[in-house]
Design a binder for this molecule. Structure first.
Ligand code: ASP
Length: 424
């Protein structure tokens, strides 16, 4: 009997990724359309959806319980404010770099110059968010409603308030704290169980995308896609490496190896929110960060920090302006930076969120919203890639802040402790 090689979770997820790509491609190339659609409906969709539902189901309870405990461990508002300040500084700084890079590279390579493309679908502009509305909406009128609707900023607010109260009550709140610690362990175990299904889910999600996307749609937009993928790669490798080295003296190669499982799940699900349980697990078990830090910075990042999305918005704005032959001024560039940053703050990390935000950006600089219809066909694949970048950005900032707070276990980061495995 041939022996099945013992792979860790990362290994199995990578195998699933490759299998999904190959299977989807073969299906697309060899099978009649009806059979292809049947396989997607009966096999790929259920596998992907069961996995997605499973991790989404755990997002709110996980954030609520672990952030309450994390805040209770920090205990004082000043320290919490300091951590929040550091991480928001990193999130906003890297986002601004990403938009500038996206805008600049598109100006350099002109992916939209001379193109005349069909608009695939009508798109309506979302109105500009009013910053005060975003701030007011952080405080829920009903905590359960915030949780049911999965409004992450509200869940973060509730958890911080509960954690601070537990810390200030001391002994009186001790039984609840112990109960929460037990609940935290249970939820972590549930994440572990769901992750055992990850290879099947990743296979289903990938195979579906490859089997249902026609290759033809990519050809006219190859330069646009190349600019975005190459530029995002540059942002991840250069910006994050510099941030890790300069601010925390952390080895960037080790960082990317550690981040891998979260990156793959982000890529397959195209949702940083849904990836959150995996991101938190990776941060704790592979980066060695303390729960008191990552239980705060990662849920916040999944909502407000989207470097890949910001990069795409900078690039897509120039692309659409070029296709329509509309010049952009320096003032327009500043509007794009401001709007893309602002838009990302109030928008959840779900598939396609970036395009909704792009509609606000285009609206503000006076470009036709219909331009989004041109890039719609290729956006799913780009969404998968930019979500991977978004999650990488959250993990990098979390590692830096944890190190600066003395809350990063260097031995775990350097791969000297037990890893995240399946079935062990
Ligand atoms: N899907 C991305 C995320 O969840 C957002 C986007 O760019 O559409 O991070």
């Amino acid at each position: 009997m041939p022996r099945i090689p013992k792979l860790g979770l990362t290994g199995w997820i990578m195998v699933a990724l490759a299998a999904g790509l190959v299977c989807g491609l073969l299906q697309y190339l060899l099978l009649p359309e009806a059979v292809n659609a049947g396989i997607i409906r009966w096999v790929h969709d259920p596998l992907g959806d069961i996995f997605l539902n499973g991790i989404r189901m755990l997002v709110v309870p996980l954030v609520l319980v672990s952030l309450t405990l994390g805040t209770a461990a920090i205990g004082d508002l000043r320290k919490l404010g300091r951590i929040g300040g550091k991480v928001m500084g990193l999130y906003l700084g890297t986002t601004a770099v990403a938009i500038t890079l996206g805008y600049g590279l598109a100006k350099l390579f002109h992916p939209g110059r001379g193109l005349s493309l069909p608009v695939e679908a009508a798109f309506e502009a979302k109105s500009k968010p009013f910053i005060m509305d975003i701030i007011v909406d952080i405080v829920p009128t009903n905590p359960f409603l915030g949780m049911v609707e999965g409004k992450m900023l509200q869940v973060i607010f509730i958890a911080i308030l509960a954690g601070l109260s537990i810390a200030s009550l001391g002994d009186k709140a001790a039984p609840v704290k112990r109960g929460l610690e037990s609940l935290d362990a249970i939820i972590q175990k549930m994440v572990w169980f769901v992750m055992m299904f990850a290879p099947f889910g990743v296979f289903g999600l990938l195979a579906k995308v490859v089997a249902s996307e026609g290759i033809e749609v990519f050809i006219p937009l190859i330069k646009y896609m190349g600019t975005i993928l190459g530029g995002m790669g540059l942002h991840v490798l250069v910006t994050y490496s510099l941030v890790l080295i300069v601010f925390a003296k952390l080895n960037p190669v080790r960082f990317f190896l550690n981040a891998w499982p979260a990156v793959v799940v982000a890529f397959s699900t195209a949702s940083s929110n849904a990836t959150l349980p995996v991101t938190m697990r990776v941060s704790e078990e592979r980066m060695g960060t303390d729960e008191s830090i990552h239980s705060f910075t990662l849920p916040l990042g999944a909502t407000v920090n989207m470097d890949g999305t910001a990069f795409m918005q900078g690039c897509a704005t120039v692309f659409i302006a070029e296709v329509y032959g509309i010049p952009l001024s320096t003032g327009d560039f500043l509007t794009v930076v401001l709007m893309a940053t602002l838009a990302s703050i109030g928008t959840a990390g779900v598939p396609g969120a970036g395009l909704i935000m792009l509609s606000m950006v285009l609206h503000e600089v006076g470009l036709p919203i219909e331009g989004i219809g041109i890039i719609l066909g290729v956006d799913r694949v780009l969404d998968m890639c930019r979500t991977a970048v978004n999650v990488c950005g959250d993990l990098a900032a979390t590692a830096v802040v944890s190190k600066s707070e003395g809350a990063l276990n260097q031995a775990t980061y350097d791969h000297e402790s037990p890893r995240m495995t399946v079935g062990s």
